[in-house]
Design a protein around this ligand. Structure first.
Ligand SMILES: Cc1cn([C@H]2C[C@H](O)[C@@H](COP(=O)(O)OP(=O)(O)O[C@H]3O[C@@H](C)C(=O)[C@@H](O)[C@H]3O)O2)c(=O)[nH]c1=O
Length: 189
C-alpha cells in the first residue's frame, strides 16, 4: 500500500498493492490495521456504491455537518473520475483550497477525504461506478452541497457548465460565500 500526500495535507491518495497473475489480480482494498499503522484508524460504518451512466456526470460538492460528519475513502471499480476535495474548515490555512486526483478502476487508487472537506467528482468515462466507505451513517438533515463551480473555490474541472449532468440539488446548491461552515480547523499538536 502506498500513501501519497496531496497538496492539502490531510487529503491522501492511497494505492493498495495488486497481485497480478494469469487470472487477473487480487487486491486488499481496505485493511483497517494497515491503515491504522499509517495513522488512519477510521471506524467506517457505511459503504456506498453509485453508478453514473454518462461521461461528465458531476456529483458534489457534498458534506455532512457535525455531529454526522464523515471521513470518506473513495475508489472506482469501473471507469475513471476526477475526484475533488475542498477544505472548508474555518480557520484552516488552506481554507477554500482544493485538490483534484484522477481515480480509476485500472489503477485502483483511492482518495481519503476527511471530515471538514467538501467532496465531489466528475466522471471522465461513461458507466462509472464509485464505491466508498464512510465513517458515519447517512443523515439527510445534515447533508449539504456547495455549488460545484463556486467562483471562490474555482476548481478547474476541465468542463463547461453546459456539458455536465447534475442532480437538481447540486445545480441549485449555495455558494461558499453564502454558507456558514460548520467545521472548525483543529491544529495538530
Ligand atoms: C448519500 C446517500 C444518499 N441516499 C439516498 C438519498 C437520495 O434519495 C439518493 C441519492 O442521493 P444523492 O443525490 O445525495 O447522491 P450523490 O449525489 O451520489 O451523493 C453522494 O455524492 C458524493 C460526491 C459523496 O461524497 C457522498 O457522500 C454523497 O453525498 O440516495 C441514501 O439513502 N444514503 C446515502 O448515504
Amino acid at each position: 500500500m502506498q500513501i501519497t500526500p496531496t497538496d492539502l495535507p490531510d487529503v491522501l491518495e492511497i494505492t493498495p498493492a495488486r497481485f497480478g497473475d494469469h487470472r487477473g489480480f487480487f487486491s486488499e482494498t481496505w485493511n483497517r490495521k494497515a491503515l491504522a499503522e499509517a495513522g488512519l484508524d477510521i471506524d467506517f460504518c457505511q459503504d456506498n456504491h453509485s453508478l453514473s451512466a454518462e461521461r461528465h456526470t458531476l456529483r458534489g460538492l457534498h458534506f455532512q455537518a457535525p455531529p454526522s460528519a464523515q471521513d470518506k475513502l473513495i475508489r472506482v471499480v469501473a471507469g475513471t473520475i476526477l475526484d475533488v476535495a475542498v477544505d472548508i474548515r474555518r480557520g484552516s490555512p488552506t481554507y477554500a483550497q482544493w485538490v483534484a486526483v484522477p481515480l480509476s478502476a485500472d489503477t485502483g487508487n483511492q482518495l481519503f477525504v476527511p471530515k471538514g472537506f467538501l467532496h465531489g467528482f466528475l466522471t471522465l468515462t461513461p458507466d462509472v461506478q464509485v464505491v466508498y466507505k464512510c465513517s458515519d451513517y447517512y443523515a439527510p438533515d445534515t447533508d449539504g452541497s456547495i455549488r460545484w463551480n463556486d467562483p471562490t473555490i474555482a476548481i478547474d474541472w476541465g468542463v463547461n457548465e453546459g456539458d455536465v449532468t447534475l442532480s437538481g440539488k447540486d445545480a441549485d446548491a449555495p455558494f461558499l460565500a453564502d454558507f456558514d461552515t460548520p467545521f472548525t480547523f483543529e491544529a495538530q499538536s
